[in-house]
Write a protein that binds this ligand. Structure first.
Ligand code: S3P
Length: 434
């Protein structure tokens, strides 16, 4: 797909529903009693993978793709049934890791796999705590990656797991959620302590459904076998999708964009802090609390930016936004250092290498480090041929970079944005004054 420079971006936009929250809504509603209705559901390929897996596990799910509302006929904590075939999570790490926690507590065997990228991503990080809880989980290729086989321990009842206090070596909501969900099926309390706090949507939504989940600093604790009750869930706009418009609005001259109804959960809002620290003009309006998740309209204006240092506990709150932050840094005065972000290497692609290679091709002064990157901003960018590596966040980040690059930018496999934002390019075009 070919992209050109833009003179300014103006107007109002509503980004699609949050990916993390959409996944969780389908999963937890499936485990709840009664019918749940999820509105503003993200119709991205990843969340559709979650729907497909839960249908295979015997849950009736009606997805109205025109209104983005999904109705889930929950069957309770012990209502899932054995699937006829292996589950396929596609490209979705969230589906893979969270469903493994749930399925470790069932009394039937299951094999879970996904696409090539998923089969390279580390699953040892969930296998370790699940095994500590007594789950019988193996990597079929013996490489700590998918396909994973979760075997039922036939000599034990279905709720055979042991509650643990897990000290996670990584700040990861996927690991935390996996363990907490297995904890629904344990014989006592389960808790997870992480080095810094990752997104807490699981804790918030399980509480809304009636589970006893407490959060204390970086530790989340769950009590087993709650009775979960279905209900209405409204999914806020995804701040990770809004991030591309925030960045574009800041770097393209004469821009002013309003992004409506975006989730601003403090475990996700690192991008707002970073942009403001760089000198970005960002304002929040209409701040509300919708079903346990805060939302706001975000107003962003073109700004002169300065380089900054980003590291430590803010990293998990902006982990998916680092590719587009790297783009922002190219347009900031001075040096930006991103550190403590080695997790980027095990996302849908190695996001450190892929961002550095492609931005360097466009003329940026950027160097990869062990756990991040260093960018000297202020060099003008030119169009180039960009390999997205089928990674949605890479493709969207370069669509933003192209708005300020001289000449033509070609993004290969640009359609991979379907994973989290199927209408991304048309939404971006709507704001562009070409
Ligand atoms: C997610 C958690 C993050 C994030 C991913 C979605 C989630 O991954 O990168 O896009 O929904 O829990 P990690 O938990 O592995 O950091």
């Amino acid at each position: 797909m070919i992209f050109h420079q833009s003179r300014s971006l103006k107007g109002e936009i509503t980004v699609p529903g949050d990916k993390s929250i959409s996944h969780r809504a389908v999963m937890f509603a499936s485990l709840a009693e009664g019918i749940s209705e999820v509105t503003n559901f993200l119709q991205g390929a990843d969340c559709l993978s979650t729907i497909r897996c839960f249908r295979q596990l015997g849950i009736t799910i009606d997805n109205d793709t025109t209104s983005n509302s999904v109705t889930i006929h929950g069957k309770g904590l012990f209502g899932l049934k054995e699937a006829n075939e292996r589950l396929d999570v596609g490209n979705s790490g969230t589906t893979m890791r969270l469903i493994s926690g749930i399925l470790s507590g069932q009394n039937f065997p299951v094999t879970i796999t996904g696409d090539e990228s998923i089969q390279r991503r580390p699953m040892g990080r969930i296998m370790t705590p699940l095994r500590m809880m007594g789950a019988n989980i193996t990597s079929l290729n013996d490489n700590d990656c998918a396909p994973l086989l979760i075997n039922h321990n036939s000599n034990k009842p279905s709720n055979h797991l042991i509650g643990i206090h897990y000290k996670s070596p990584v700040a990861s909501a996927q690991i935390k959620s996996c363990v907490l969900l297995a904890g629904l099926y344990a014989n006592g309390e389960t808790s997870v302590t992480e080095p810094s706090l990752s997104r807490d949507h699981t804790e918030r939504m399980l509480r809304e459904f009636g589970a006893t989940v407490t959060s204390n600093g970086n530790t989340a604790t769950i009590l087993p076998r709650p009775s979960l009750t279905g209900g209405k869930i409204h999914v806020p706009g995804d701040i990770s999708s809004a991030a591309y418009f925030i960045a574009a609005g800041l770097i393209v001259p004469n821009s002013e964009i309003v992004i409506k109804n975006v989730g601003i959960n403090p475990t996700r809002d690192g991008i707002l802090h970073v942009c403001r620290q760089m000198g970005g003009k960002i304002r929040l309006e209409n701040v509300q609390d919708k079903g346990g998740e805060p939302t706001a309209d975000i107003i962003v204006k073109h700004s002169e930016l300065n380089g900054i240092e980003i590291g430590g506990s803010i990293i998990p709150t902006l982990i998916d936004e680092i590719p587009v932050i790297a783009v922002l840094a190219c347009f900031a005065k001075g040096k930006t250092v991103i550190r403590d972000a080695a997790e980027l290497k095990v996302k849908e692609s190695n996001r450190i290498d892929v961002m550095v290679e492609n931005l360097a091709k466009m003329g940026a002064d950027i160097t990869a480090t062990e756990d991040g990157m260093i960018i000297h901003g202020g060099k003008s960018l030119h169009g180039a041929s960009i390999q997205s590596k089928f990674d949605h966040r890479i493709a969207m980040s370069f669509a933003v970079a192209s708005l300020m690059a001289e000449g033509e930018t070609i993004i290969h496999d640009a359609e991979c944005v379907d994973i989290s934002y199927p209408n991304f390019y048309s939404d971006l075009n709507k704001l562009s004054d070409l």
